[in-house]
Design a binder for this molecule. Structure first.
Ligand SMILES: [Zn+2]
Length: 299
């Protein structure tokens, strides 16, 4: 009887000791994790403050430089907008826009196809799309097939004087141009640790001063020479025909935010045919020093 009691007591003590050790470790682990999290938050804040300060400084300089300049051009193809790769090689660059707001869908069929066939692409992503698709954004940013590029903050035509495109009123001043570019640049940089090098505005409209401002902010403005899906409104055959109309050095524009569209179907049909004609898909980044503007070239 006594033996049984002793055994019972011993077991109880062992259980208690294990519980104390476990709780202690956990407590220690939690406080250690909290400390790390605190340090990370401080790091993140310091990093953000530093970037914001640099931006403030850049913004003042840019406003000073451009405040009295009056633009002469307005459109998709104004001076400084890159539309092609300067090459005789059969290479083409696919660029995909993710526009955001009410258009913040994700065309997984299209992206899965690109992954499966190892087709590189440059992805122009809007601030609002990032907010609404953060996990997908992070996954895409980690995939070496893709380059993340800047598609603006509020998805506005880029104007220093409030011009409109497709009934969308553009930015109205040099400061607004800087904000439209820089807020999403900061978002992308904070999330991916990489500053985006390419920019395309919402609607792809600009005046030439706005293009210069984007360049001063360290980003190249990317247009297109092949309209791949006309804002994801093309039917499958039109998408296919558009893709098959490319020539050496073409930059194709299509959309990755309209899963309901025919874009993926058209691309899936066009790609094998393009490849059999000897075309290879490349990233803009791999041809960075051969990016040219049609307007400049024609003059
Ligand atoms: Zn867009």
């Amino acid at each position: 009887m006594l033996d049984f009691k002793k055994k019972y007591l011993l077991l109880l003590i062992v259980v208690l000791i294990v519980m104390i050790i476990f709780t202690g470790c956990n407590g220690h682990k939690n406080s250690h994790e909290n400390q790390l999290e605190k340090e990370n938050n401080i790091d993140e804040k310091t990093k953000q403050t530093k970037i914001s300060e640099r931006l403030k400084d850049r913004k003042e300089k840019i406003i000073d430089k451009y405040k009295n300049q009056i633009p002469k051009e307005w459109g998709e193809n104004v001076s400084g907008v890159i539309t092609r790769i300067d090459t005789n090689k059969k290479v083409v660059a696919l660029t995909l826009d993710a526009c955001g707001s009410s258009r913040d869908g994700y065309d997984s069929k299209l992206i899965d196809f690109l992954k499966q066939k190892k087709i590189p692409a440059t992805l122009f992503i809007n601030f609002r799309w990032i907010i609404n698709n953060k996990e997908i954004f992070m996954e895409l940013s980690r995939n070496s097939l893709f380059t993340i590029a800047n598609h603006g903050t509020h998805h506005l035509p880029l104007s220093v004087s409030g011009k409109s495109a497709y009934d969308i009123k553009g930015t109205t001043s040099v400061e607004e141009v800087v904000n439209e570019v820089a807020k999403n640049e900061l978002k992308i940089q904070n999330l991916t640790e990489k500053k985006p090098e390419y920019f395309r505005s919402g609607t792809a409209y600009y005046d030439e001063i706005a293009v210069e401002i984007v360049n001063d902010l360290g980003e190249k403005v990317i247009g297109y020479d092949t309209l791949g899906d006309a804002g994801a409104t093309f039917i499958k055959k039109q998408v296919k025909n558009a893709f098959l109309s490319v020539s050496s050095g073409s930059i194709i524009l299509a959309h990755m935010n309209h899963p309901e569209s025919d874009t993926a179907e058209g691309v899936i049909e066009a790609v094998p045919e393009l490849r059999s004609r000897g075309f290879q898909f490349v990233k803009l980044k791999d041809y960075d020093n051969q990016l040219i503007s049609k307007v400049k070239e024609g003059r």
